[in-house]
Design a protein around this ligand. Structure first.
Ligand SMILES: NC(=O)c1ccc[n+]([C@@H]2O[C@H](COP(=O)([O-])OP(=O)(O)OC[C@H]3O[C@@H](n4cnc5c(N)ncnc54)[C@H](O)[C@@H]3O)[C@@H](O)[C@H]2O)c1
Length: 386
């Protein structure tokens, strides 16, 4: 495998996770990073032992050595940076959401297609071993006809009205918060496993803390739980802390999910159940090495992640033997392994089918999110406008 050179823009929470995952692949060199200013860039480059530190993302895009750009900045910068990266003929790995609106995300999909550049969107939960197993089970008809799909995605990092992050500001996070930030993962994963498309939605959204206390210093994601800033300003919040969304799928299945970023004790509890005519399956991201399998005619089972028990195609996503847990960091690693193997072997997304989530998947998620917002405003079912 030839070596590939990467540059990462934005090194708060997720940027360093990308860097670590890339290094674990063994054939990718992270040669550059860009941050808001030169001082922060140099500090982060020192911490992560990265050769080049840029104080402006445009300088990283002008670096001819950088082949692949990772956009790990806050949401409001995704469109601008990704568009500039594609225009500079770089392959791009973008964090979700792809952009702030569906007109922006459609433009990025078209530009990437026109240029024939690799475009990847980090829906990292697809790449867990038991999620790959669930997909194979659905594909092979083992779950049977899908009757219903339901679950939740619950967190507590914005539980208190003193918890603060740029995601709370629509100008930086987008018009939607819980639905765009974590609902996007839920919808993507369910569609990935079942192969069914969400066609209509009915959303009920709520802002539990309509006023929050914004610290007078910038807070990196999750860092607010440990910070105790003394001074705040009061900010009116318009994005949702909570949502429940009813779903209809193109295969006739029905479903629902609840999202919350104010559920005490739930850290990153991404949970689903899929009820089929042959069995049901359930999975919880906080216990990612176990899949519950439910039967009517015999006792239920727990499938423990163990490569020797997985389908041939899912096995490759489990790197360790049974009893050796794998989870979040392995998901991103396998996502990037698929992306970089595609690049290193000279494949072209206009000719070869990518085995990773792309900008088109990111665009579809934004369309679903916009339909949920419209439904919540109008209090009616809304069809997703693919
Ligand atoms: N897929 C996942 O599991 C996952 C998890 C966390 C975050 N994310 C996504 O990643 C993105 C970043 O989230 P985060 O939690 O890491 O945020 P963060 O606030 O922790 O980090 C953002 C970083 O971007 C930097 N930045 C801001 N403006 C910049 C600019 N103009 N040029 C270069 N760098 C700039 C900030 O200084 C900061 O270091 C978001 O879009 C989020 O949705 C995805």
């Amino acid at each position: 495998m030839r070596r590939v050179k990467a540059g990462v823009i934005g090194t708060g929470l997720i940027g360093p996770i990308h860097v670590e995952a890339l290094r674990r692949l063994g054939f990718v060199d992270v040669i550059a990073l860009a941050e808001v200013d030169k001082e922060l860039a140099e500090c982060k480059a020192e911490q992560m032992n990265i050769e080049k530190a840029y104080g402006d993302f445009r300088e990283l895009l002008e670096d001819p050595e950088v082949e692949v750009v990772h956009n790990c900045t806050p949401n409001f910068l995704h469109f601008q940076i990704t568009k500039a990266a594609l225009e500079a003929d770089k392959d791009v790995v973008s964090e979700k959401p792809l952009a702030m609106t569906s007109s922006e995300s459609a433009e990025l999909v078209n530009l990437a297609n026109k240029k024939g550049l690799v475009n990847a969107l980090d829906f990292n939960y697809r790449y867990y071993p038991l999620i790959q197993q669930a997909r194979r089970m659905a594909e092979k008809g083992e779950i049977g006809e899908i009757y219903t799909v339901h679950g939740s995605y619950l967190q507590d990092w914005l539980y208190l009205d003193t918890d603060y992050n740029w995601r709370l500001e629509p100008e930086r996070g987008g018009e939607s918060r819980a639905v765009a930030d974590i609902g996007s993962h839920w919808c993507d994963l369910i569609q990935f496993i079942t192969g069914a498309k969400i066609t209509s939605v009915y959303g009920d959204l709520a802002t539990i803390h309509p006023i929050r206390k914004k610290p007078l210093v910038e807070v990196e994601t999750y860092a607010g739980k440990e910070l105790k800033p003394g001074e705040y300003e009061e900010i009116k919040i318009t994005t949702e802390d909570y949502a429940t969304v009813l779903l209809r799928f193109d295969n006739g299945a029905r479903g629902a999910f609840t999202l919350s970023q104010v559920s005490a004790g739930r850290k990153n509890r991404f949970y689903f159940e899929i009820d089929g005519s042959r069995k049901a399956i359930a999975w919880d991201q906080e216990r990612p090495n176990e899949m519950w399998i439910g039967y009517r005619e015999k006792p239920n089972e727990i499938l423990i992640k163990d490569p020797s028990l997985l389908d041939a195609e899912a096995k490759g996503y489990a790197d360790y033997p049974g009893g050796h847990p794998e989870g979040y960091s392995g998901g991103i690693k396998h996502f990037l392994k698929n992306v970089y193997s595609f690049i290193a072997s000279g494949k072209n997304p206009n000719r070869d089918k990518p085995n990773f989530s792309t900008f088109l998947d990111g665009h579809h998620e934004i369309l679903i999110c916009e339909a949920v917002l419209e439904s919540s405003r109008k209090k009616v079912w809304i069809d997703v406008k693919y």
